[in-house]
Ligand binder design. Sequence first.
Ligand code: SF4
Length: 70
Amino acid sequence: MSDLVKLKVDTEACIAGGQCEMIEPDTFLVDDDTAIASVIGTGSLPVDRAAEVIDRCPAQAISIVNSDSE
Ligand code: SF4
C-alpha cells in the first residue's frame, strides 16, 4: 500500500537532542541515560515521513535500511 521504509540510527554518529523522538515518537526512543536514540517498534515509516526525520537529524545519523542487497 504505502511505501514503508525501515530506518536505523548510527549510534556512533548520534549527538542526542532527540529531534527524531519529537517528530516520530512511535519510531524513535532516546535513552534516558545515554541520550542516544534507537529505533523502536517496527522501525518503519512511510517514505515521506522517513525523509523528513532523516532531514531533521542534525548529525545525519538516521538512514534507511536497504532490504535489497543491490
Ligand atoms: S535526531 Fe539524530 S542526533 Fe538527534 S537523537 Fe535522533 S538520531 Fe540522534
